[in-house]
Design a protein around this ligand. Structure first.
Ligand SMILES: Cc1cc2nc3c(=O)[nH]c(=O)nc-3n(C[C@H](O)[C@H](O)[C@H](O)COP(=O)(O)OP(=O)(O)OC[C@H]3O[C@@H](n4cnc5c(N)ncnc54)[C@H](O)[C@@H]3O)c2cc1C
Length: 452
């Protein structure tokens, strides 16, 4: 139990600093907004991103503004909350300050919710050739590459050259890899099928590589099988138990194969924000901070780590997954702990309990899997549940309405409304994209694991 009340000079003087305005930080701020505290929310971005729909931006189904909202406007009505756009660089837990580039922010309570990023398992040199999907910028870069590949192929074929093979490779068969692969196949088959004259987009070859024995390894086996069937029906070539051992500009090496690819996407690993290590506390292999059952740090009950950055096991000894509901519930939980501690400082803190309402993964139009305890659903009904859950949890009524209209429109017409290529017109490795060839790969083997 932390006797925070004794440290406070007056009620409104309790300073809470929240690092990160993702699902965890934002929910903590909102749940604390009526408490007698002053809250500073620090994020290096000015917007909150609804990450579960990033793949829709990456595949030109939605625009960035439909899945992201300014943090300042989300928290506008809470007068005790200030928002700072700044990069947090470190902490001094003894002096109780958070360091940003320009200043130090003192706190009485600190909530660190800086999330995670993709991990290349020590091969960061692969990132330029195989971008991952975590931010709006990542999604726009993927969209650029995907759309550009079709344009370059059309240009080459229109100029009388051979129609180059349009291979798209997705590494990692977790939920992000599955939804990217399924949607890419769908775009090629339907949305773009009639828009080109010299190439046939429907002959695009989408390959999904998964290092483990099945896609969606966090789901029940029957749902993994169903997901793989649904992907194959969309035309995706799925390789399980397949290690990627090298990625270069325009080509992926796996098993004994070197596959040339117009676009390579990385959805194979997650590492916690480096801010976790800055706290100077023990972390797990993914860099997540090992927290107490109340989500605080050992020896620092005034510091909480929540969301994707925290490592905590449930009552059965299973590590809590890095998903939005865990982050949301943890944000609300620490806010409650702080509120209760301020009103009755002697109260013993409860332990965090995750209420698992089920998991949903989408694959494409009317294709998804859903696991609600013992109830397993596949196909259209799972997809419908996925659709409504995602619209419901999107931030802001306007976004919900816009996304609903967009989805209804594209369901009927197969159109993807955000097909804009912005930025550079270079595609890594494009000049090398002749006919696909097979060579022996480099020796080092990397596990193409699952995203999220
Ligand atoms: C592509 C993708 C799809 C996903 N799909 C699903 C899904 O379908 N269902 C589901 O439940 N979960 C899904 N997830 C996982 C889910 O989005 C995460 O579990 C959730 O976002 C974690 O919330 P968080 O608040 O811990 O971190 P985040 O939401 O990542 O927020 C972290 C925040 O911290 C900020 N930040 C980081 N470092 C600093 C710094 N140094 N200084 C200042 N600010 C900083 C970031 O800008 C960000 O705003 C998906 C994730 C991805 C990437």
């Amino acid at each position: 139990m932390y006797g925070a009340g004794s440290k406070m000079t007056n009620e409104m003087g309790t300073r809470v600093v929240i690092v990160g305005a993702g699902f965890a930080g934002l929910n903590a701020a909102q749940a604390l907004a009526k408490a007698p505290v002053r809250i500073t929310v620090v994020d290096r971005k000015n917007h909150h991103t609804f990450q579960p729909l990033l793949y829709q931006v990456a595949t030109a189904g939605l625009s960035p503004g439909e899945i992201a909202a300014p943090i300042r406007s989300i928290l506008r009505s809470h007068k005790n909350v200030e928002v700072l756009m700044a990069e947090v660089t470190g902490f001094d837990l003894e002096r109780r300050v958070v360091a940003t580039g320009e200043s130090e922010l003192p706190y009485d309570y600190l909530i660190v919710a800086a999330g995670a990023r993709h991990s290349y398992f020590g091969r960061d040199d692969w990132e330029p050739f195989a971008p991952g999907l975590k931010t709006i910028e990542d999604a726009l870069e993927i969209r650029r590459r995907v759309l550009l590949a079709f344009e370059l192929a059309e240009r080459q074929a229109a100029a009388g050259g051979p129609a180059p093979p349009l291979n798209f490779v997705v590494v990692g068969g977790g939920p992000t890899g599955v939804e990217l692969a399924g949607t890419l196949a769908e775009i090629a088959r339907y949305a773009l099928a009639h828009d080109f004259r010299s190439i046939d987009p429907s002959r695009t070859h989408v390959v999904l590589l998964e290092g483990g024995p099945r896609v969606l390894p966090a789901y029940a086996e029957d749902l993994s099988r169903s997901a793989q069937d649904q992907l194959q029906r969309l035309g995706v070539e799925v390789h399980t138990s397949t290690m990627v051992n090298q990625i270069e500009a325009g080509a992926v090496h796996f098993s004994d194969t070197r596959l040339e690819a117009a676009v390579i996407l990385w959805a194979a690993g997650v590492a916690a924000s480096p801010l976790g290590k800055q706290l100077g506390q023990p972390v797990d292999r993914a860099g997540r901070v090992l927290v107490n059952p109340d989500l605080s740090l050992p020896d620092h009950p005034e510091v909480f780590v929540i969301g994707d950055l925290a490592a905590l096991k449930d009552e059965h000894g299973k590590m809590l997954p890095g998903v939005a509901p865990v982050a949301i519930q943890q944000g609300q939980f620490v806010a409650k702990v702080i509120r209760e501690e301020l009103s009755s400082p002697q109260k013993t803190r409860p332990s965090f309990h995750y209420w698992d309402k089920g998991s949903l993964a989408t694959i494409g139009r009317a294709a998804a899997v859903a696991e609600f305890g013992k109830i397993h659903i596949s196909g259209f009904m799972a997809w419908l549940s996925w659709l409504f859950v995602h619209i419901f949890f999107l931030i802001g009524f306007q976004n919900r309405l816009l996304v609903f209209i967009q989805w209804a429109w594209s369901y009927v017409t197969y159109e993807r409304g955000a097909r804009l290529i912005t930025g550079s017109t270079d595609l890594p490795g494009w000049s090398a994209s002749g006919a696909a060839s097979c060579e022996k790969p480099a020796p080092q083997e990397i596990h193409a694991g699952s995203a999220k």
